[in-house]
Write a protein that binds this ligand. Structure first.
Ligand SMILES: C[S@@+](CC[C@H](N)C(=O)[O-])C[C@H]1O[C@@H](n2cnc3c(N)ncnc32)[C@H](O)[C@@H]1O
Length: 313
């Protein structure tokens, strides 16, 4: 009967040591500390089979998150599968910045009732596994008014499972939608007067050139539709800006004295977008082409690369 030590010897030249420890610990349902402390532990045939299966998949470059079916993000554990992008650590900056925006929103009075959170809608566009909106729902004071969209039904299924797992399913409404295009979503956003609209998006933004340079594990296993965008990576964000402009002009007609009683004024709108560093200047230009006086701020990630764009409209 083989031991943990035998298995480590067998695979250590083929698999990163840390990955191997994680694979063994998951296959035998024990902690990594246990794996380290008990090299003499004998493995059952089933455990050996599981380790062999995981190890072979890893050797073929399948990401560990897909093999194990989960990935940690913002201190929470998310289910992932081949239909969802694996949440990236740099996306935590997007959540940090959105939480800051949410806690600094202008408090506006509505009908004598002032609660700065009750009239805020937060929309996560391209939700994937739901990692962003679920982290926001868990860490902000939003009690409701959270929305998540994705063009992929299969990704939305995973996002809903994660929302249930983290007990925020009741706070979030999910829509299959191309960006903001779903009529039901738009009705939800515009039905009641919403004072603050916060759009957060980590949409596909890799240019063809950068996508081609991605590691084999990304190109072979992660959904291309979650990563690649035409127009040198800005097709999706430009389309979103256009939809947002239409939303402002069509769904929130400018307030006039005549309609001041029933008319809906444009909500204070903030967009927080994850970008590829080289897109900063081009995106800035695009935003200014679509909106007359936006306030645009860019933030760098821990690697000192431009990663997040915050637009206040
Ligand atoms: C870069 S992934 C981000 C996933 C997740 N939000 C994250 O941060 O890990 C982009 C997501 O956008 C979705 N997507 C692609 N095109 C879309 C569109 N036109 N409308 C809505 N979602 C779209 C993809 O299915 C994918 O889930």
């Amino acid at each position: 009967m083989k031991t943990i030590e035998d298995i480590i010897k067998k695979y250590k030249s083929k698999i990163d040591y840390l990955d191997l420890e994680i694979i063994i610990s998951r296959a035998i349902n024990k902690s990594r500390e246990f794996v380290l402390a008990h090299p003499e532990k004998r493995l059952t045939p089933n455990q050996k089979l599981r380790i062999g299966n995981y190890a072979m998949r890893r050797i073929k470059h399948e990401p560990l998150a897909y093999i194990l079916g989960n990935k940690e993000f913002y201190g929470l554990d998310f289910k992932v599968n081949k239909n969802t992008l694996i949440p990236r650590p740099e996306t935590e900056l997007l959540v940090d910045e959105t939480l800051k925006v949410l806690s600094n929103l202008p408090a506006r009075r509505t009908g004598g009732f002032s609660n700065k959170f009750s009239n805020t809608s937060v929309v996560d566009i391209g939700t994937g596994s739901g990692n962003i909106i679920i982290s926001l729902a868990k860490n902000s004071k939003q009690k409701s008014g959270c929305y998540a969209t994705d063009i992929s039904e299969k990704a939305l299924r995973v996002a809903k499972q994660n929302a249930k797992l983290h007990k925020v399913y009741e706070k979030i409404k999910f829509f299959k939608s191309s960006l903001l295009g779903n009529k039901k979503l738009l009705n939800n956003l515009t039905m009641k007067q919403c004072n603050n609209l916060v759009i957060v998006a980590n949409l596909p933004y890799l240019s063809e050139k950068i996508y081609m340079l991605s590691p084999a594990s990304v190109k072979k296993y992660e959904p291309q539709s979650a990563l690649l965008s035409s127009n040198r990576g800005l097709f999706h964000y430009e389309k979103l800006l256009k939809q947002l402009k239409k939303l402002h002009t069509t769904y929130y007609p400018p307030a006039t004295p005549e309609r001041s009683d029933g008319g809906r004024s444009i909500p204070h709108t903030t967009c927080i977008l994850e970008i590829s560093p080289e897109q900063k200047t081009r995106l800035n230009k695009l935003i200014k082409q679509h909106f007359p006086k936006p306030k645009v701020i860019f933030k760098k990630d821990l690697a000192k690369k431009w990663r997040v764009c915050i637009i206040t409209l």
